[in-house]
Design a protein around this ligand. Structure first.
Ligand code: SF4
Length: 576
């Protein structure tokens, strides 16, 4: 991965292939954030030509290491106004890495409404007109592209939401079956791709081999130990493969932290109808598949295939976050409705978390009743159709609440909270408040120690210990996000020191290094420091590292608690 592809969009789009030079040895989030922090003026408009969209596979992507297929996308976010890294599975990371590219940097902006497709093969790069793809959703885009570029390539694309440059627009990556179901979802990265006039990127790695480690024997042994560690852990070896991420629905509901009806209750009466157990049983009965890898080389296989009553494909198995966002948070207890909404999100190219949170806000504003699935479908269709109401909804929960005069928008830095209420799970509240990314559970997944008792236990109802927990997890996550590894390796890393060591051994054997655990910590701190520095230059202050005030005022049933971690402690999260 020693090549950096710089593409300048404009009247005559052009590209240049450079050496990685100053960015050599970086990958994933470390690389996207480094390029954005170095090259993008922090005060620029996110949809203007000065912003850049950076696409980068992780350090281990394209190798034989298990779980190494995450692709990172970075830019200044049109949704939060700060730095953004969003990552996804699918095949893009592996193919891009095998083609030898460490990063693609999209610069400038396309004139008028022109759209382009970047085609990258071992023979070079082409920039082709994509005007024929204008207005198409991701599924139709991939159907057209694969007729030309075949079913061996991997694809990244935007749907209508990206073309409209909406704040909730995502970038889709195809899975092994060429379905555009794995999304760099958060922060409006799809809107930035749309502003560059890039509708799709095609990666065809035909003729390229697997990336080769410096020490093949040590690499093989470390990967074997790492894989065994993942398979031995009860969450990554049993829970996730059997029930997918939605295995969490019953667990989080039981904890009282399952946000219901726009974060007004912590438990949902209909959880049994939408839980991971019910979802897996439904899929099996209908001929779907609850155990599927979103990219080749995944050994956990938490994804799946959801089919309708006649066995026809509807969507990927909706993730825990999606089932919650379009389910409990909107009072909807129908898996078929949720799967339709998931399919629409993937097709229009929308972040399912943001859209579920937004529809719940719209329900609170009186645009529909909580629990009305058909109304939720109608509201989401407005987004795909680009109606004035749809464009408001597609701009996210904060904009929607503002438009309809509501205080109760569950957002931080303008980005909607995911599926854990921060009042009865206070550690995740610290992460939501302080992450440079805005409210983001993956930035420091405190559910581990607060609820799952993975990596120790910190009482979720109390303020004590939450800052330290979130700090350590944010550091570890920033490092993992740089490797290209799926975050679901974290449970085994936290509970099994030998699995953590095996991951370090994989990196060392591949690159011929002798890193230690301390180096991994240093890497995570470095990434967070440069992201925080970008946000400070963009105008963020400690006032932005706060939850909305109503989380300190409104008690949440059943525990009747508010968020109690003091502001002064929140300001200590990054004090190292
Ligand atoms: S564990 Fe799930 S999200 Fe992670 S790589 Fe595998 S299928 Fe994808």
């Amino acid at each position: 991965m020693d090549k950096l592809l710089r593409v300048t969009m404009g009247d005559s789009p052009s590209f240049v292939t450079e050496k990685m030079d100053a960015y050599a040895g970086l990958g994933g989030r470390n690389l996207t954030s480094k390029i954005v922090a170095t090259e993008v003026p922090a005060d620029c408009h996110p949809l203007g030509p000065e912003n850049k969209l950076v696409i980068a596979p992780g350090l281990l992507s394209g190798t034989a290491a298990s779980m190494s297929g995450r692709i990172s996308v970075g830019c200044k976010s049109p949704h939060t106004g700060g730095i953004k890294e969003a990552n996804a599975g699918g095949q893009a990371a592996q193919t891009m890495a095998r083609l030898g590219y460490g990063a693609i940097v999209l610069e400038g902006s396309a004139p008028g409404n022109k759209l382009y497709t970047l085609v990258i093969t071992k023979d070079g790069v082409k920039i082709e007109s994509a005007d024929g793809l204008k207005g198409l959703g991701n599924y139709a885009v991939i159907d057209v592209l694969k007729k030309t570029y075949g079913d061996k390539a991997a694809y990244m694309s935007i749907g209508q939401a990206g073309e409209m440059r909406l704040g909730a627009a995502s970038i889709a990556c195809t899975d092994p079956e060429l379905r555009p179901t794995r999304h760099c979802g958060r922060g409006g990265v799809g809107a930035v791709m749309g502003a560059k006039g890039v509708k799709a990127v095609v990666f065809d790695d035909t003729g390229c081999g697997m990336r080769k480690p410096k020490d093949p024997e040590a690499f093989k042994a470390a990967n074997k130990a790492f894989t065994k560690g993942l398979q031995d852990h009860p969450i990554s070896g049993q829970g996730l493969p059997a029930y997918g991420t939605n295995v969490l629905a019953n667990i989080i509901n039981e904890s009282g932290g399952y946000p219901t009806n726009n974060f007004s209750k912590g438990q949902f009466d209909g959880v049994g109808k939408i839980s991971g157990e019910t979802q897996a049983e439904t899929e099996e009965k209908r001929g779907g598949n609850p155990t599927h890898g979103c990219h080749r080389g995944c050994v956990i296989k938490c994804s799946g295939i959801f089919v309708d009553k006649d066995g026809n494909y509807v969507s990927k198995q909706p993730e825990y976050e999606t089932v919650w966002a379009h389910g409990a948070n909107c009072g909807i207890d129908d898996l078929d409705v949720i799967a339709r909404l998931d399919r629409m999100d993937d097709d229009f190219g929308l972040d399912t978390i943001e859209m579920g949170a937004t529809i719940a806000v719209a329900m609170e504003a009186g645009l529909a009743e909580f629990g009305d699935g058909e109304a939720a479908i109608r509201l989401l269709q407005e987004v795909g159709d680009g109606t004035p109401l749809g464009r408001i909804l597609g701009s996210g929960a904060a904009v929607t609440a503002k438009t309809f005069g509501l205080e109760r928008a569950p957002v931080v830095k303008g980005q909607a909270m995911p599926a854990y209420d921060p009042r009865p799970i206070q550690g995740i509240g610290v992460t939501y408040a302080t992450s440079p990314m805005g409210a983001d559970h993956t930035a420091g997944y405190a559910i581990t120690a607060n609820v799952l008792k993975s990596g120790g236990f910190v009482d979720p109802l109390k303020a004590e210990g939450q800052v330290e927990l979130s700090r350590n997890l944010q550091i570890a996550t920033a490092a993992i996000d740089s490797t290209g590894m799926c975050l679901f390796i974290a449970f085994a890393l936290l509970d099994q020191p030998e699995t953590f060591q095996a991951l370090i051994d994989i990196i060392n054997a591949f690159y011929g290094l002798s890193l230690t655990g301390d180096d991994v910590t240093a890497l995570g701190k470095e990434v967070l420091t440069l992201e925080r520095d970008f946000n400070a230059r963009a105008g963020f202050t400690k006032a932005d590292d706060r939850l909305p005030r109503y989380f300190r005022r409104e008690k949440l049933a059943p525990h009747d608690v508010v968020f109690t971690v003091p502001d002064e402690e929140l300001d200590e999260v990054f004090a190292w």
